[in-house]
Design a protein around this ligand. Structure first.
Ligand code: HAM
Length: 440
């Protein structure tokens, strides 16, 4: 019986693994240079944790199960609740601000489609303990630092930004009761994600008054902060929300990334815990779902039983990003390199020496490989090239006198050298492992 892979999962053969590592290594490098420290949590948590504040959509997409003690658990669909739980647990000893990053493997029972799977990796960067828009700007900068670094320009991508505070205060002015906001957000989040007719119908189910619904759609379509006054008469709450957006854009300007950013009140975010700034990054060609998204969630730690500490953060998956980079020819995983390939002209006579030399090279910190089967020298040299070997050690007739032929695979130059002299010249690479074993 042939067993297929589960729908929405991926097999990572070495080639795909190289791409995954290239993406994740980039995320990690950029996080570190922006001052974030790495953390991780368990792959499953109590199911209830995602019921507190993530929102219905994510709860519907949970892979959940009972353990042997009849406890309801779920595979993590996101890491923000885990982060809030972990931060709360040690909040009295952790120095603030907390600037942490993580690349968790996540699980969502979504309908698989281009860029959306049931198992994926997601880069998370979060700052806990800073109230003002500077922290939001730092998170956005970090995401753009990565995306800009891999070659995406303002012609390729755009950060569409808004604010839940602005939305809430405008909706209130339009005539939506405050207690209706939470049920309305997941619907408004769908505005750009479903066809216009479907959105109108979804909205009419939550907002019975057609005039109010029309105003909401009108507000979500404006292109500049200055257009808000054409929709409503701004009050203090609206003005305070606008001020924070202006300050955020100001920081982004100082950081040199404002040309990537666009005010867009159509951005709402699906998750329930966001309280203020919200943003999503999109491919400007407009064919794909969001590359990433984030925002401020000032109440989450408190809702998880901790103190009232503000927080802001962002998440980016590897799927949409991978599709987009592939389409643009920007996926550039470095090919694996090999220091030495050892070729035996007569396998039976020199295989034992080849293995011994490879073992010695590896012990000294160099990568080395040998062939398992007898093959012509030219075939073995091809094998060495296919493995990206920098040098090939050939054990031929000369080896009867303990001499190796070392071929430089780039210049094709060859030299003969005694085995002892070869290792004496070579020395030992100072890798961390070698330094450790030298100390013992
Ligand atoms: P999210 O918008 O649910 O936010 O996910 C962020 C990103 O993760 C998406 O834009 C997408 O790149 C990726 N993603 C989400 N679902 C899938 C999927 N099924 N397949 C592939 N990629 C996916 C969050 O998860 C928040 N917790 C982010 C955050 C961190 N907010 C504050 N801190």
């Amino acid at each position: 019986m042939k067993i297929p892979p589960v729908k929405g999962t991926r097999d990572f053969y070495p080639q795909e693994m190289a791409v995954r590592n290239w993406i994740i290594d980039g995320w990690k490098r950029v996080s570190l240079r922006n001052g974030f420290e790495e953390y991780d949590g368990p792959i499953f948590e109590y199911l209830d944790m995602y019921r507190i504040k993530s929102g219905d959509e994510i709860v519907e997409q949970l892979f959940s199960f009972k353990d042997r003690g009849d406890r309801n658990l779920a595979l993590r669909p996101e890491i923000t609740p885990t982060l809030a739980r972990m931060a709360n647990q040690k909040i009295n000893t952790l120095p603030l601000p907390i600037k942490w990053f993580s690349v968790p493997r996540l699980f969502r029972a979504e309908r698989p489609q281009k860029g959306r799977l049931r198992e994926f990796f997601q880069w998370n960067i979060d700052i806990i303990g800073i109230e003002g828009p500077l922290a939001d700007a730092e998170v956005i900068f970090c995401a753009l630092d990565y995306l800009r670094g891999i070659g995406l320009t303002p012609d390729d991508i755009e950060v569409r930004m808004s604010s839940r505070k602005l939305l809430a205060s405008v909706l209130e002015k339009i005539g939506v009761a405050e207690k209706r906001l939470e049920v309305l957000y997941p619907v408004l989040d769908k505005k750009e994600k479903v066809p216009a007719g479907e959105f109108k119908q979804m909205l009419s189910q939550k907002v019975a008054d057609g005039k109010i619904a029309e105003k909401i759609v009108e507000f979500m379509g404006i292109k500049a902060v200055s257009d808000i006054k054409n929709i409503i008469e701004p009050d203090d709450k609206v003005n305070a929300a606008i001020d924070r957006i202006v300050v955020l854009f100001d920081w982004l300007k100082r950081m040199g990334v404002v040309e990537y950013c666009q005010f867009d009140p159509g951005i709402v975010r699906g998750l329930a815990y966001y309280t203020d700034s919200v943003y999503e990054i999109y491919d400007k060609r407009g064919e794909l779902r969001a590359i990433g998204g984030g925002g401020r969630y000032d109440d989450l730690l408190k809702q998880f039983g901790g103190p009232a500490i503000p927080a802001t953060g962002f998440g980016m998956g590897d799927c949409v990003l991978g599709v987009m980079l592939e389409e643009r020819g920007l996926l550039k995983p470095a090919p694996a390199e090999l220091d030495y390939f050892i070729a035996c002209v007569e396998l039976e006579q020199t295989q034992q020496d080849a293995v011994k030399i490879a073992a010695e090279l590896r012990t000294r910190g160099y990568s080395a490989e040998f062939g398992y089967k007898s093959a012509s020298l030219s075939r073995q040299l091809k094998q060495a090239s296919a493995k990206n070997a920098k040098k090939c050690i050939i054990l031929g007739d000369e080896f009867k006198n303990n001499e190796l032929v070392v071929k430089d695979m780039v210049t094709s130059k060859q030299k003969r050298i005694k085995l002892d002299a070869f290792f004496a010249e070579l020395g030992t690479l100072s890798t961390a492992e070698n330094a450790e074993s030298a100390e013992k």
